[in-house]
Design a protein around this ligand. Sequence first.
Ligand code: CA
Length: 244
Amino acid sequence: MSTATVTYQAAAASDRGRKRPANEDAFGFSVEHGVYVVCDGMGGAAAGEIASTLAVDEFMHRMTEKSAKPSREAAESAVLASNAAIYTRSHRNAKLSGMGTTLVSLVVEASQAWILNVGDSRCYRLHEDTLEQITLDHSLVEEQVRLGRLTSEEAARSPLRNVITRALGTQPHVTTDVFELETVPGDLFLLCSDGLTRELCDDQLAQMLRSSHELDVLCEDLVNAANLSGGRDNITCVVVRVAA
Ligand code: CA
């Protein structure tokens, strides 16, 4: 492993979009602690917002408390704690019953990175000018695409496209996907909710991420582009650049 110092820069934006009455997405990050997270809540009325906020708060709390060190184990255990926080809360209040959220997180320690996800919020990496989707959506239609039973075009049009097959908070236990990689100076990570990826295809995302804009400008541009394309859902993005 390289011993060179690696530093990170980050920015984020979240927007209600043009159709939804409220923003049920949430995000959090701490460059100092090497932790970045996006959650997309679901449930009736205020429940989705509560679920995503609870997940981000619990995850950030676990990953930034005094004894916390960024690691795969710490991140996995923080996801389980977030799951338990939502599950417990939803069982105390009938109005919150069944609430849940997606979660996608990037955790870094020097050049070591772990990406965790549950649900259909995604992590991408722009690496040597190529955009790669790191996470796999836990959604009914994307699972059918991976099995070769649906094309991407059919998946995008399907009335079942919103059905996710894993969520945080709806069951006492949750299985998290974890991806491990080494970061390289120049890499750019994007964590986002489906309100971004439903409106912009991978080619559009790649083109925007290749721009040399400041990260906060990039976030603003991503949100604006998704809104211009329809803004049918809440839009959230966290971008993280690996500097030398
Ligand atoms: Ca969404």
